[in-house]
Every structure is written in C-alpha cells, then in structure tokens.
Write a protein that binds this ligand. Sequence first.
Ligand code: GDG
Length: 483
Amino acid sequence: MNKIHIVSNRLPLSIAQADDGFSFTPSVGGLATGMRSIYKEFGGQWIGWSGIPSDDLSEDQLNEIDERLVDENCKAVHLSSEEINLYYEGFSNNVIWPLFHYFAQYIEYNVDYWEAYKKVNQRFADQVLEVADEGDTIWVHDYQLLLVPQMIREKKPGVTIGFFLHIPFPSLEVFRILPWRKELITGMLGADLIGFHTYDYERHFFSSVRRLLGYEVSFNQIHMEDRIILGDAFPMGIDYDKFKSKAEEVFRKSLPEKSELHKELEKYFLMSPDRKLILSIDRLDYTKGIPNRIRAFEYFLEKYPEYRNKVTLIMLVVPSRAEVEQYKLLKSEIDELVGRINGRFGLINYTPIWYFYRSLPFDNLIELYSSSDVALVTPVRDGMNLVAKEYIASRVNQTGVMVISEMAGVAKELGEAIIINPNNEPEIADAIHQALMMPLDEQRQRMRILQQRISRYDVFKWAAEFVAALKKVQAIQRNFLAK
Ligand code: GDG
C-alpha cells in the first residue's frame, strides 16, 4: 500500500532532556491529533524538527533521539541554533508571518534569513526523499515549509504532494511587496493539491499565481505546462468529542472534586447571579487583537456603567516568541492597558480584568470555556482560530455567546455568532452589551446550530477530506497526462 507521510516544522511530540536520557511526550494540539489518525492508518513517517537545537547535543544524543523516534514513526530534521534563528525566528516569523497577516511594517528584509530558509527547506525535503517511495503521498504543512513541495517534486516527480497553509494567504497587493514572492509560490506549486482555511485565501493565492507567474487558472485548477494543480478550502476543525466529553466531565463534578480555579470561579459568580464572565484566550501575538479588545472593554465599562462591578474579562495570554522585539512591545502595551483599566474601574472586591500571562493545563482551559458567559475573540487577522470552535464545543448546556472578529477565518462558519470588526472598538463594546443582554432561549437557539456545524466537520473529517481530495487529484492528473 502506498504510504502517507506528514511534514511539519515541529514533530508531534515534545522531547525533553532528563538525567537518565530523553523523555518523549506526544503533543495534544489539533494538528497532531488530526494527522495522527492519518499517518497511523496509512503507515507513513512524520518528518519535523525535534525542538532541541542540535548544537546543544552530542553525536550520541542525536543518535539516541533518532533511534527512539523510529518507534514513533518519526524522523527528525536536526537544526542548529543559528538555523533556528535565521530560518524559523527570522524568515518564518519575521518575514512570512507579518506579511501574510497584513503587518508589512514588521517585515525584516534580510537576505541571510532568506538563504537560511531555502537551505533548511532543502534539509526537510531531503529527509522526505529518504523515506518516500515513488507512488507515496506527502502532506506538507504551513508557512515554514513553502518551498518544500517543489524541492520534493524536482527529485521525485512520481509522488503525490498536498500542501496546507494554516495562516491566511494575503491579497496580491500585499503579497507582491516581498522580494521573494515568485520563489515562494513556485515552491507551493510543487504540490498537486493546495489547501487553505477559506475560499478567500484560495482566491488571493490564485490571483498571485495568475498575475506573478502568468499561469492560467480556471475554477479551482491551475494549468501548468505538464500538470494540473488543485486549490481548495478545507476549514480546519477540532477534536470536538474531546472538548465536549471533558466539558461534560467538568460539569458533573461535585464541588470537592473541582479544581481550585473552578471552585473560585463558581464561588465568585454563583454568589451573585448578575455577575458575568467574558473570556479571551490567545497566544501573545500582534495578530490576535489583544490591545483593541482591552480598549473596547474599557469603552464598554464607560458606556454601560451599570455593568461595572458585575462584568469581568478573564484574559489568558499564552507566552509566545518572547525574544522578538515586537512581542516584547506588545506585552508591555497589554500590561499597561490592563493596569490602567483595573486602576480606573477596580474596587476592593472587583477587578475588571483577570489577566493570566501563562499557559494552563487542558482541564483548566475547559473550566474557563464552560464557566464563561461570553467568548470575545477579536483578532485583526487569523487564519482560522480554533479557540472559537473549542468554546462552542465546551458549552454543555448550550448557553453562551460567541463574539467573533470578521478577520478570523472561523467567522465564515459562525453565522449565528455576533460578528464584529476588530478595529471598531465602539462596535465591540455594543456587541458585548448585546451578548450580555441576550435571552437564554436565543443563546440556546444560536449555540445549537453552531454546535451542529462545528461537530460535523471535526479535525478527523478535515484530514479525511483533504486525503480524499488528494486521491481525486491523482485521477485528474492521470486524465490530463492521458490526453
Ligand atoms: C495557527 C493559526 C489556526 C491556548 N492556550 C492554551 C492552550 N491553547 C490552545 C488552544 C488552541 C490553540 O492553543 C491555539 O490555536 P489558534 O487556532 O487559536 O491559534 P494559533 O496558535 O495562532 O494557530 C490559526 C491554527 O494554526 C490551526 O490551523 O487556527 O489561525 O494562527 O487549540 O486551545 N492549550 C492549553 N493551555 C493553554 O493555556 N492546554
């Protein structure tokens, strides 16, 4: 049977150095879960970076990792600190990430980043070429590896290649800013199937292909001299049942069984039924619209003073890319805004914003989802946003209101949510008000539809549909070559 191999920047496990060797912990993120179902079924390998700089390890330790990974069906690409710095922090996170999220002013145009990106992408492609046989299928993930599809195709034209982009693809006028724009899309065009979260990203990609490379695009097919490439939208889902069943478990627990966090939440909000909780969860990132969310909350407390002392915004911000200057500045801005609002509206027994700068265990995450009356998700750009889907899956009693930015890919699937423009702070303030005023019947009516939709297209369905589309593209390719 032909195999399916997965390629992503990181392997689906975290490797930690302990006194007696290495410990391997499987990742629990959405991508790892969805892909595990695929590559286990089709007997392939997962190729990715181990997460530890290779210059921190001896030759023996590198070998030990490689040997242990064999049992996990994984193959590591070992990267030095310098490579991580230039390829990952540099080109991936300081060039492609800002560009694709419309933050062109943050791009660092650095030729060394670009050279390292090409070199490291080639290292990934070389590892794939070692494990893949002609006839196999390879599914490459995300913006760190845009050149890999073409690098594989050059050496092994008989494999089928899928590529999925987890972040937005920007409009042509933004994408063309980049000196290496043609090289990047040429790299992606090595794939047979290119997937995006939304139809809009797909359309932007097609415009770039047509205008920058001159290829003909009809419907969702790109016609090259010797091949046809398919583009399509596959909105990524979550492991819905995992969130739902954990939320049910949390819901059923008696008071003594609950975690400290959950007890505190219940105590505070049950003591006074008109107290309400608004939740936001994101990685620290300038794309997530955290400062505008805080300012909108301040405006809400100004405009609707009857909610002061009653409504709390609980904000979980997960540390991310902490060494990058832009992220440090963002962190200071958030700290200052939170301090200002808590100073302005806080009382002895009322803190308007509960701010956690850390990551929490999965159980606590679910407790937050299930205890919050409103989820406030306001990114200025976001490929999809899984937090919104996770909140919906965790609402056991079907109450709760979702306020979502129209700039998140997920908004396309959430017609029953309150949709806002993240740059319109008065509109967000009014949306918070509308959410808090919404009758329970209406909340349930909207939530039921959202739950049906999000549960149907979960991460397993998403992965299976992508693989089915890859099979379809193989047939299209065969027909094309037979003509
Ligand atoms: C990229 C794209 C796209 C967060 N805090 C904690 C925690 N999380 C988990 C959430 C969620 C995930 O992290 C965040 O996913 P998002 O989709 O919101 O955002 P990105 O990390 O930016 O992901 C995005 C995604 O790729 C998939 O294609 O949707 O647009 O930017 O799953 O639950 N998990 C735990 N503790 C935390 O404190 N355990």
